[in-house]
Design a protein around this ligand. Structure first.
Ligand code: ATP
Ligand code: MG
Length: 336
């Protein structure tokens, strides 16, 4: 089978800051694993990032390179995965413009992800129209590449559902199967909590361990990791629920058998948090050292990374332009 006939993945991130372990668990790990069996397009969603960052466009611009470095560092291979910059593909904006006529304001306001983000950002009614409508833009991104699989964290599942509604509506109007429905690929582990014990590791909450963290930053972060507040003395029985140190070990410890034994002893009493954290620090240092080394190596030549992004964007634009052509034709927007 040639790569051109493989099923397609569309995925990506808003370049608003460095990627962290939450992103790794939420989708990066799947992207690295799936890139061989899928044709994968990874989008740096800079235009989408502007929907709530118009006051700081410099941040978005700078983070395009930073996030690209994170991708390369975790093992996304640009020879088989295509990394692209959203804003440089005008067909994506064009598709968004058409799809906006296939969703209602009421439906956008009901989208649980949008609802939650409006609440978090305190927008209320003063929400930028571009932010409210970003599910249509996400639908454009996914459908432009005819992706059938989208590796995302569980908070993004409503986006895929809304995309599929748009696909079905469009195809019904076109009376042809032009657009393709997609499935979310959600990791079994669910959401990774922050080092502070909050439900989600998130850059805006400042509770992250970044993929490019230095050895010292990792050490300092592990010290802060939330454990069991009732576990005061070593001999006290410990609790695993909500214990972030163990949640991270579940996610990253390669020796799950040894971990099971440690958990048993922790629950029984007799294992101090310092021992658990020592193990966690070892696991994270070992996991992130090669990531950091690769990141530093790629960062030596930012020109080469930007060229890789340019090549990827050109390649991706070809694909998106073909879909936009079909969409225009189906909408009667072909005149010459
Ligand atoms: P922001 O603070 O700007 O919202 P963030 O750090 O929360 O940033 P997002 O850009 O919201 O990150 O997330 C991008 C993708 O990574 C989404 O698919 C999301 O589901 C996934 N993701 C982010 N944080 C986590 C997490 N802690 N656990 C699992 N997946 C996550
Ligand atoms: Mg977020």
């Amino acid at each position: 089978m040639t790569r051109a006939t493989l099923p397609i993945i569309l995925t990506g991130d808003r370049p608003t800051g460095p990627l962290h372990l939450g992103h790794f668990v939420g989708s990066l790990r799947n992207r690295v694993a799936y890139q061989h069996d899928y044709r994968q397009f990874i989008m740096l969603a800079d235009a989408q990032a502007l929907t709530d960052n118009m006051e700081d466009t410099g941040k978005v611009h700078r983070n395009v390179l930073e996030v690209a470095l994170d991708y390369l560092a975790v093992g996304i291979d640009p020879a088989i995965s295509t990394i692209l910059i959203q804003s440089q593909i005008p067909e994506l904006a064009e598709l968004t413009f058409y799809y906006l006529n296939l969703v209602t304001v009421a439906r956008l306001e009901r989208n649980p992800t949008v609802k939650e983000e409006i609440r978090l950002r305190g927008f209320e009614r003063d929400i930028p129209a571009g932010f409210l409508t970003y599910p249509a833009s996400q639908a454009a991104d996914i459908t432009a590449f005819k992706a059938t699989l989208v590796p995302v964290g569980d908070d993004q599942v409503p986006m895929i559902e809304q995309t599929n509604e748009i696909v079905r509506k469009f195809n019904r109007l076109a009376q042809r199967e032009i657009l393709v429905e997609a499935k979310a690929l959600v990791p079994a582990l669910g959401r990774l909590p922050g080092i502070d014990g909050k439900a989600k590791m998130s850059k805006s909450l400042g509770n992250t361990i970044n993929l490019g963290a230095s050895a010292d930053e990792i050490r300092a972060a592990v010290k802060q990791v939330y454990t069991d507040p009732l576990h005061l003395r070593v001999d006290d029985p410990g609790h695993l629920e909500g214990n972030v140190a163990f949640i991270y070990l579940d996610a990253f410890d390669p020796d799950q058998e040894g971990l099971a034994g440690l958990k048993e002893r922790y629950v029984r009493g007799g294992v101090g948090d310092s021992l658990v954290k020592k193990r966690l620090e070892g696991v994270l240092q070992e996991m992130l050292a090669p990531v950091r080394a690769r990141r530093e190596a790629f960062a030596q030549d930012p020109g080469a990374v930007m060229q890789m992004l340019k090549d990827g964007t050109f390649k991706a634009r070809d694909v998106a332009a073909r879909t936009a052509d079909e969409v225009r034709a189906a909408l009667g927007l072909r005149y010459f």
